[in-house]
Write a protein that binds this ligand. Structure first.
Ligand code: ZN
Length: 336
């Protein structure tokens, strides 16, 4: 059974329908009265005031006009503000689907840039209202908000770290409604990149689950094994190599279970469950300092007693553990 409804693999915005290459598209969209703006600073977005599940504070109407005015108007904001190298970078994320609230309205993310929050305050942390990050609220937001924030956080990091051309070192500028960057010096176009990583749980011949503890983690944290896919390597090869390196177990079978973007800063997590005939594990002693086999009863007791902390619900790792366990696992301790 594949992993369904992964927290950060949800999206409801229509990404098609606007040709991103159309000249003036962002300026026109920012001028549409129904357009809402998602301001993201350092991976954080503002939440709506009030009790209940978190909801993104999307700026519309007078709030959106006020923010655009501070950036010099829709044309200047569409061009990336007064200093396109500094931003904020505007990105057309998509439009709300027909038949729901805000149907057809566009969502434009304003990413990074001068340290000014949507109400004129600095840095997000001192702004009115509550700002939060994707790790904290990603599993609690609705599908539309979760998808929009995941993409915005990923693109904020990419734009911030790709202001220079990798070919000639010249400045690059956003294009294609924020989905590419262009170097005017040599005409090259650069696309957002992300790095594939495999993540896997392992069960042994007696169906116990093998989890690992990293030396840099607080005591008691246990999680799935994970690592980046190396150049020239298939996903299956990466799974086998990582498990052998980190835990000293060999793969008998590996089942692909799904994927989730993990923009911290730029990973795409590809999830597997592995079975092994090996009964003994050997932590590598550097990254993984402890491996432990769990029965379901043993894991439940260890989590309930606070001896073991599992990764947060927003992660693929937690969902992989729960898939093996059979149900959702509740825990008091928070892993952030
Ligand atoms: Zn260049």
């Amino acid at each position: 059974m594949a992993l369904a409804d992964l927290a950060l693999s949800r999206s409801r915005l229509h990404k098609i329908g606007d040709d991103r290459a159309t000249p003036g598209l962002l300026e026109r969209v920012l001028g549409e009265p129904s357009t809402v703006i998602l301001r993201v600073l350092d991976g954080r977005a503002r939440l709506r005031d009030g009790d209940g599940p978190p909801v993104l504070h999307l700026l519309g109407g007078d709030e959106a006009v006020g923010l655009l005015d501070r950036l010099g108007g829709p044309a200047a904001a569409a061009a990336g503000g007064a200093d396109p190298l500094a931003g904020p970078v505007p990105v057309l994320l998509g439009r709300f689907p027909e038949g729901g609230p805000r149907a057809g309205a566009a969502v434009v993310a304003l990413l990074g840039g001068p340290d000014e929050g949507p109400d004129g305050t600095v840095g997000g942390t001192t702004a009115r209202g509550r700002w939060s990050d994707l790790r904290e609220v990603g599993a609690l937001l609705d599908d539309t908000d979760a998808g929009a924030l995941t993409e915005a956080v990923a693109l904020e990091h990419w734009h911030r770290t790709h202001r220079r051309c990798p070919r000639c070192g010249g400045p690059t500028r956003p294009s294609a409604a924020g989905h590419e960057r262009v170097c005017d010096a040599d005409g090259s176009t650069h696309h957002p990149r992300h790095d594939p990583a495999v993540i896997m749980t392992v069960s042994g011949p007696d169906d116990r689950l093998l989890l690992g503890h990293q030396g840099r983690w607080p005591e008691g944290r246990f999680s799935a094994f994970a690592g980046f896919v190396e150049p020239g390597e298939s996903l299956e090869q990466a799974v086998a190599r990582e498990l052998w390196e980190e835990a000293g177990v060999r793969v008998s079978a590996a089942e692909y279970l799904g994927s989730q973007p993990w923009p911290f800063p730029a990973s795409l997590m590809l999830a597997f469950h592995v079975t092994t005939e090996d009964e003994h594990a050997r932590p590598d002693g550097t990254e993984i300092t402890e491996t432990r086999w769990f029965t379901r009863e043993g894991l439940a007791d260890a989590v309930a007693g606070g001896e073991v902390t599992l990764p947060p619900s927003v992660s693929v790792a937690r969902r992989l553990v729960e898939r093996w366990f059979g149900t959702e696992i509740r825990q008091e301790g928070v892993w952030r």
